[in-house]
Design a protein around this ligand. Structure first.
Ligand code: TTP
Ligand code: CA
Length: 367
């Protein structure tokens, strides 16, 4: 079998980078994005921070009041999370990625695997230039930087990516993969959580190299067949998991801001037609059929609402989206007199082409 060339792209300090994109004047200051729980002005936790704030010890998960204390005396900027905005940016980048890869597997809002074996003709040298080209394209079109790991499989690509951030590009050729993993702590492997890591320490396994050499039969006895074999293979840099689209469960949507706040149906439909065009293009690209059409509305008072219609038959048709969006808006506008600021179009409940293959992540409950 020809070696695969797999990339993992992970956006740098993502929520905070999105905020810098929206407002470049904060770029040189410590930026903290957090979830405010609302109980007191400062209760809540940090979602992420830019690298300037990280120098002061501010990182994901710490309480906001602690972050404030660490940044006392600086010109720090604290902002609440805006998931919709980050999703929009993420979608745009994922669409660009898709044009560069044979298959794309989005793992989270800011991470995706790309199988680029064909595009670089199996060459890890070409992969370096190719990755740089993708980085430049995304930087140009969207303005976001990300780190890339390239390896012969997903496990190696992921660890390669983590090893150099932000704006990193780390290439691990097949022949180097085992040595690259060897010295790492075993809990760097996906699937080795706290409990597993304690058990491994008891067995004398500290590094991935220790795990690679450990008797496979023994691993199976301790961790069960699936995980035992997985650990043995992963530590030896063997991983045949394909990069696969996670299409079935998700929805495809686009949101846009109207040129002016309005209650006028035709004005709104001009905008939703544009959005429908984009949604339809993605549905076609992914060869999906949908059974639900929905609209999303943000009104001038910033309250948001959504409405949906379930179709009798799965559809692949653009006109079906347009028609139902019109019906949904007609009804919505007759019920609410507030003017509208932002609108969205979404299709979902896709027909499955084939049953979803069991994911490794399903096995990670035992952590
Ligand atoms: P990460 O990729 O873990 O972090 P990051 O993108 O902020 O920083 P980097 O990759 O450069 O180290 O997470 C992606 C986003 O997920 C992050 O921007 C915010 C969100 N997030 C949380 O909301 N809470 C968390 O505890 C973590 C770890 C991330
Ligand atoms: Ca990230």
């Amino acid at each position: 079998m020809q070696d695969r060339v797999i990339m993992l792209a992970d956006f740098d300090y993502f929520y905070a980078q999105c905020e810098e994109l929206r407002n470049p004047t904060i770029k040189d200051k410590p930026v903290v994005v957090g979830v405010y729980s609302g109980r007191t002005e400062e209760s809540g936790a940090v979602s992420t921070s830019n690298y300037i704030a990280r120098k002061y010890g501010v990182k994901s998960g710490i309480p906001l009041f602690l972050a404030k204390r660490k940044l006392e005396g600086t010109e720090s900027v604290f902002l609440p999370v805006d998931h919709e905005y980050y999703d929009e940016i993420s979608d745009r980048i994922m669409r660009i990625f898709r044009s560069y890869a044979t298959s794309l597997e989005q793992v989270s809002v800011d991470e995706a695997y790309l199988d680029v074996t064909e595009q670089v003709e199996g060459s890890f040298e070409k992969a370096r230039d190719y990755a740089q080209e993708i980085k430049a394209d995304v930087k140009n079109q969207v303005g976001i930087s990300f780190s890339v790991g390239v390896g012969p499989n997903k496990i190696v690509a992921k660890i390669a990516c983590d090893s150099h951030k932000p704006d990193g590009l780390t290439i691990v050729k097949p022949i180097e993969a085992k040595i690259f993993l060897e010295s790492l702590d075993v809990d760097r492997l996906l699937g080795v959580g706290k409990k597993t890591s304690v058990k491994m320490t008891e067995l004398g396994i500290k590094t991935v190299g220790d795990l690679a050499k450990f008797d496979c039969q023994r691993l199976i006895e301790v961790f069960g067949k699936v995980m035992g074999i997985y650990f043995h293979n992963a530590a030896n840099a063997v991983d045949n998991e394909p990069v696969q689209e996670q299409g079935e469960a998700e929805s495809i949507s686009r949101i846009g801001t109207l040129k002016q706040d309005t209650h006028d149906l035709e004005f709104i439909l001009q905008k939703t037609d544009e959005l429908t065009g984009d949604v339809f293009r993605e549905v076609t690209e992914k060869n999906l059929s949908f059974k639900q059409v929905a609209i999303y509305v943000v009104r001038t008072d910033l309250s948001s609402k959504s409405r949906s219609i379930t179709l009798d038959q799965p559809s692949k048709d653009k006109e079906t989206i347009r028609r139902n969006v019109r019906v949904l808006f007609e009804k919505f506008l007759s019920e609410s007199t507030l003017e509208i600021r932002r609108v969205g179009v979404k299709v979902s409940v896709f027909s499955r082409k084939e049953p979803r293959q069991k994911q490794l992540s399903n096995f990670f409950q035992m952590g």
